[in-house]
Design a binder for this molecule. Structure first.
Ligand SMILES: NC(=O)c1ccc[n+]([C@@H]2O[C@H](COP(=O)([O-])OP(=O)(O)OC[C@H]3O[C@@H](n4cnc5c(N)ncnc54)[C@H](O)[C@@H]3O)[C@@H](O)[C@H]2O)c1
Length: 372
């Protein structure tokens, strides 16, 4: 990849910063890290990297066309992870559609104008479903062409964004060459710094160490964050490799690893048990009741819409997402990208557990300070 460069959007996020760290070890000339906002600690870490690669940090919005033009200028590739994730309904539909779909479309247009020939898009397994908790997917694969039927903004905007990216494969650039695109669909991502894991642990810390247990019926294959980041680096290498690229252009890949199949709650427990966290042992409502209750709450929200914004505590989509068997191996990524997880389950669990331990420590310290 000598003399090559890469722009990473969402570079201040959970996944984006891991991609930057791995890219710094690649044979690249320049990396541009773009995000709406960077935490000061991360900026400092980035400024201290010892590497031959030039790292430029850009603060800007992917909806800002001028910012995108500047960011894309002279780049050989774009890895697009910037996104707003929300499955609770707290973020407005408009924001999700704008950032996730319009932002992706604008970035594609900026690549055409700036002659950036490679575009790697971080999609999500959610573009494929699950559509019903009754449907069991234990060995899902790319050839099935699964598609979410939900119109809630996160899966919907991600589905349309991925379609836009894959459709753009083969587009002519201003200089006459063509754009190559591909999309990666990671499973639920865990690891140090996960905002979801953080909120589960934070909630449990305020609840005597009891972890919520509302995804009892799910069976998924979560993936460790550095393994997902690694898949992005391999996708970049593949699209830059004239021999591998023809197989990868216009394709999407499920990205998982060797993390054992488990429910989301079980994963929280696995990385929290060392610190005394336990799963809530109370019985929960049968799934079909949860689902219909969610439906009633959604109707209530719709009726109240003209006078009040009522966000239901859970939706049919969330009940389905949290209670489905939805598992996708990584065979196609292995075949085309040479993907093999960098970290085993044991290593990933150990790192994540240590991070959970640091959250527990922080919590204890903040309690001590309050009591002084
Ligand atoms: N976290 C998961 O479990 C998971 C699972 C599958 C796929 N993904 C995908 O991975 C990608 C990264 O997710 P993440 O978990 O790192 O999320 P994250 O929220 O930590 O990172 C997203 C980053 O995008 C940035 N961003 C948002 N709006 C922006 C804008 N308008 N302009 C510039 N930057 C903007 C945010 O500031 C944030 O730093 C997303 O595309 C997501 O759909 C995540």
């Amino acid at each position: 990849m000598t003399g090559k460069s890469c722009l990473v959007t969402g570079a201040g996020g959970f996944l984006g910063q891991r991609i930057i760290r791995l890219l710094m070890k690649e044979d690249l000339q320049e990396i541009r890290a773009l995000d709406k906002v960077f935490k000061p600690e991360l900026r400092e870490e980035f400024s201290k990297f010892q590497s031959n690669v030039k790292l430029t940090v850009l603060e800007g919005d992917i909806l800002d066309e001028k910012c995108l033009q500047r960011a894309c200028q002279g780049m050989s590739a774009v890895i697009h992870t910037a996104c707003v994730i929300d499955v609770t309904g707290h973020v407005s539909r408009e924001v999700l559609m704008n950032v996730n779909l319009k932002g992706t479309q604008r970035l594609l247009e900026a690549c055409i104008q700036a002659n950036v020939p490679i575009f790697i898009h971080t999609s999500t397994v959610e573009v494929a479903g699950p559509n019903s908790y009754n449907e069991i997917v234990q060995n899902g694969h790319e050839e099935e062409n699964r598609e979410t039927v939900w119109t809630c903004p996160y899966p919907y905007s991600k589905k349309l964004a991925e379609k836009a990216v894959l459709m753009a494969n083969g587009w002519a650039l201003e200089n006459g060459s063509t754009l190559s695109t591909c999309a990666l669909r990671p499973m639920y991502i865990y690891g140090e710094g996960s905002q979801f894991l953080y909120s589960f642990i934070d909630h449990a810390l305020k609840n005597n160490g009891i972890l919520t247990h509302n995804s009892k019926f799910s069976l998924t294959n979560p993936v460790y964050v550095d393994n997902v980041a690694w898949a992005h680096v391999l996708a970049l290498r593949a699209l830059m490799d004239p021999i591998k690229a023809p197989n990868v252009r216009g394709q999407f890949y499920y990205i998982s690893d060797d993390t054992p199949h488990q429910s989301y709650d079980e994963l929280n427990y696995q990385v929290g048990k060392k610190w005394g966290f336990v799963l809530d042992s109370r019985r929960s409502l049968p799934l079909f009741l949860q689902y219909w209750l969610a439906f009633l709450l959604e109707i209530m929200s719709l009726l109240l819409q003209p006078i009040y914004r009522f966000v239901p505590p859970f939706s049919r989509h969330l009940v389905t997402l949290l209670n489905s068997v939805f598992i996708f191996p990584y065979e196609k990524a292995k075949r085309d990208l040479g993907y093999k997880p960098l970290f085993s389950w044991e290593e990933s669990k150990e790192k994540t557990t240590a991070w959970v331990g640091s959250l527990v420590e922080q919590h204890k310290k903040s309690l001590q300070t309050k009591s002084q």
